[in-house]
Design a binder for this molecule. Structure first.
Ligand code: ATP
Length: 299
């Protein structure tokens, strides 16, 4: 426990997004996988040799702090994602897109129904083996006070220099890291160098490359990066998603158009699913969202 507290104490939040969080510590714990009310079941199994299919089967969910008579946030949601499929999740703000992504690593547990990875109910898996197989790239990047190397290695033990270099190159982070006098040993955080938003993103992407999980959850940044950074981040994210089951909360039209399939989530549930062209042809909710030109409509 002391190590956990020490780790938490060491954490430095770099973005102002943090201020907007639900509660600081709640977000923190989410990111650090430290929510204390979710445990392994007694007979929990290890998730092994993961292929990466995901199924939501009649999922009902509301947050633990909600009242019993509050409506469901997710009300009977079902969908499948096949192995290696790249899915864009779109829909208006508040529809429940982030909520869906939080349930997959079991940051919260469903109230009814089940979520399966490779056909196994995730509630029957150990949290560690489940989360080891899921990579998360968020809009607000969480780095901690420590060296760049420690930040990339986070959560993975016994990594070699070669692996760290390779992951940084894939993430488009290697060059700027090497520009610092101490390279990978450069200290970041309050007492160290300050990184730009794009550099932080690339470090967090390097972390995921190193972890090499079969399942990815991406929360696409809405803006805030300069054009060069944005292009590098996009390019490395494209590499990252190759060959992995990916669920992206998508805001950019290019991501949405390139997805194998788009799931359109509204407050009433999943309205539609299909490719960009299929959904435009349907002239339904997606068509309206697309033609409305309202930035908010893609969440
Ligand atoms: P956005 O695009 O704005 O991020 P979203 O589609 O991702 O929206 P969610 O963030 O999943 O939507 O939120 C769905 C609903 O759940 C909203 O009504 C939100 O207020 C509520 N909600 C989100 N987090 C919590 C929480 N920790 N406790 C209670 N309610 C929450």
């Amino acid at each position: 426990l002391n190590t956990i507290i020490a780790t938490v104490n060491r954490l430095v939040e770099f973005t102002d997004q943090y201020q907007k969080g639900i509660t600081g510590i709640e977000r923190f714990n989410e990111v650090m996988n430290l929510r204390s009310d979710i445990f392994d079941r007694e007979d929990a199994k290890e998730l092994k040799n993961v292929k990466g299919s995901i199924v939501f089967d009649k999922v009902f969910f509301k947050y633990p702090d909600q009242a019993e008579d509050d409506p469901w946030i997710l009300d009977n949601i079902s969908f499948n994602i096949n192995v290696g499929e790249n899915i864009a999740l779109v829909g208006p703000s508040g529809a429940g897109k982030s909520t869906i992504t939080k349930l997959i690593p079991r940051f919260y547990e469903v109230n009814k129904g089940e979520i399966r990875v490779d056909g196994i109910n995730i509630n029957n898996l150990t949290l560690e083996s489940l989360r080891n197989n899921i990579g998360i790239v968020q809009q607000d990047v969480y780095l901690f006070g420590g060296t760049i190397r420690e930040n990339i290695e986070y959560g993975k033990e016994n990594t070699t220099d070669e692996e760290i270099i390779e992951a940084s190159k894939l993430a488009g982070a290697y060059d700027f890291i090497m520009d610092f006098p101490y390279g990978f040993d450069t200290y970041i955080g309050e007492r160290g160098v300050k990184l730009s938003g794009g550099q932080k993103q690339r470090i967090s992407i390097a972390r995921v490359f190193l972890k090499n999980p079969p399942i990815l959850i991406l929360d696409e940044a809405t803006s805030s990066l300069d054009n060069t950074s944005e292009a590098i981040v996009q390019e490395s994210l494209e590499k990252l998603t190759k060959g992995r089951t990916t669920l992206t909360i998508a805001h950019r039209l290019s991501t949405i158009i390139n997805a194998d399939s788009i799931i359109v989530l509204t407050e009433d549930g999943i309205a539609e699913r299909g490719s960009h062209h299929e959904l435009l042809d349907k002239k339904g909710v997606y068509y309206k969202l697309y033609n409305s030109n309202n930035e908010d409509l893609f969440g």
